[in-house]
Ligand binder design. Structure first.
Ligand code: UDX
Length: 441
């Protein structure tokens, strides 16, 4: 099929490249000419494993091209996919201005297009958006009705760091549609995928996406709530508590011989960040209020997350005393391991708090190159040297496998605060002071 993907951010570019590699004929559209140039040169403008190789082969064999001319790109396409950003507005609602602008442009194209065409909303939008916002814009600008053209919703479930694999081997595909043209187009687009395909209404498709991310965020906040409680109880260890919880047969995988992957979200840490979880929980929470169905649960999930770094900073102060003039090394700046994305990163929140208290900060991250006004260290040796504490903020393999005994020797005071529980600490083997989340000290 000929697919026009509009918006070449994280979701649009990964989707475009993956669809092209599956044999579709894809044009990725972006207003930003530098992004278009980068795509034509097979260079992603962000780091994502496997994406560059995929782009190279698709650009080379001609299955993927890029353009900043939307009307031209839409010509002859079977599907246009709206994959533009839906940022949080100040009040927590979703800013739909990019979605609306693109819908207008597609409507203009549809006005004179006589061939079958389906518009697909890929961007994350709250329930009722497709029905009450996108559909009326398309119908008004085209002078046609859904049925004359197709309209569908197809949310993404891509994790940063494994987005290409998530796309190519999905756990589910959600297709929201209410007309036959969209049904046929969406089913042809995903023909050959071996996973459950959930065919449903626009509103359900939109809500599945938000509910999925809200569940993950809820599990994280719940675990951090328990971790904070355990931090107050002499002899308690939330890591051990969660091992006991994970052993519940309902949390083991279908084969029953290993833990279900979702149990990683049931573990104390530093809270959730990134471009999706905070934004999506805020948006659903705001939307629930507008529907007079205010969610006490989502309010709590956000409140626990907002407090988490204050709690961690207070723990650090309990260990070091007044942090003014103390040197603290932050191992990990990204919002999670394996990415260079720092949006809503817990590490940056901690840096802000500690800086305001007068601490001197050193930072290390294998992928993030910015220093955020701190001393940037190229390796853990430089980070540890003369520091009063090192705080591990992401579960990077390099942090897990580092020789912390050797590193601790060069520290001013050998304090390691393991914010993600990555070190397999053994009192007999380790010669540094070890503190971790979910454990009193
Ligand atoms: C998430 C969803 O997982 C994905 O399905 C959706 O499509 C987009 O949003 P992503 O933002 O890449 O993906 O991050 P994820 O791996 O889920 O982590 C989100 C946040 O939760 C990160 O800050 C991470 O550090 C934190 N997290 C994650 C934990 O604190 N504990 C965990 O066990 C896992």
């Amino acid at each position: 099929m000929k697919v026009c993907v509009i918006g070449s951010g994280y979701v649009g570019l990964v989707t475009g490249a993956c669809l092209a590699s599956m044999g579709h004929d894809v044009v990725c559209v972006d207003k930003d000419p530098s992004k278009v140039d980068a795509m034509l040169n097979a260079k992603p403008h962000f780091y994502e494993p496997k994406l560059e190789e995929l782009l190279k082969s698709c650009v080379k064999d001609g299955s993927l091209t890029a353009s900043s001319d939307l009307q031209e790109a839409l010509k002859g396409s079977d599907i246009s996919m709206i994959a533009v950003g839906t940022p949080s507005a100040d009040d927590g609602s979703v800013d739909l201005s990019f979605v609306k602008a693109v819908a207008e442009e597609i409507g203009t194209f549809l006005k004179t297009n006589d061939d079958p065409h389906t518009v697909v909303v890929k961007s994350t939008v709250v329930p009722t958006t497709t029905q009450d916002v996108v559909k009326p814009i398309l119908e008004k600008t085209s002078g046609k009705s859904v049925g004359d053209f197709g309209l569908g919703v197809n949310p993404e479930f891509l994790r940063e760091g494994s987005a290409v694999s998530d796309f190519m081997t999905p756990d589910r595909i959600v297709l929201g549609y209410e007309d036959e043209t969209a049904q046929q187009a969406l089913k042809s687009l995903y023909e050959g995928f071996d996973c459950p395909i959930i065919e449903t209404s626009y509103a359900n498709a939109e809500l599945i996406k938000y509910t999925t991310n809200s569940l993950l965020a809820t599990m994280i906040s719940f675990s951090n709530d328990i971790a904070y409680l355990a931090e107050q109880i002499e002899g308690a260890d939330e890591g051990m508590v969660m091992q006991g919880v994970h052993a519940d047969r309902r949390l083991t995988s279908i084969t029953g011989d290993s833990k279900a992957e979702i149990t990683t979200y049931l573990k104390g840490g530093l809270g959730f960040g990134g471009s999706c979880l905070p934004k999506d929980v805020k948006a659903l929470n705001y939307f629930a209020k507008t529907q007079k169905a205010e969610s006490e649960m989502l309010n709590a999930v956000l409140n626990v997350n907002a407090k988490r770094m204050q709690q961690v900073a207070a723990n650090i102060e309990r260990i070091l005393g007044n942090v003014k003039g103390k040197t603290i090394g932050i191992a990990g700046l990204a919002f999670k391991a394996g990415t260079d994305d720092v949006r809503e990163s817990s590490a940056l929140k901690l840096i802000e708090i500690l800086k305001a208290k007068g601490a001197t900060l050193k930072v290390h991250d294998g992928l993030v190159k910015d220093d955020f006004g701190c001393e940037r260290c190229d390796d853990l040796k430089a980070l540890a040297k003369d520091s009063d504490m090192v705080v591990i903020t992401t579960p990077e393999a390099d942090y897990k496998n580092a020789d912390w005994n050797a590193l601790a020797k060069s520290m001013n005071t050998p304090n390691i605060y393991d914010g993600r529980g990555v070190i397999a600490y053994d009192e007999a083997e380790h010669s540094f002071h070890y503190f971790t989340v979910g454990k009193a000290f």
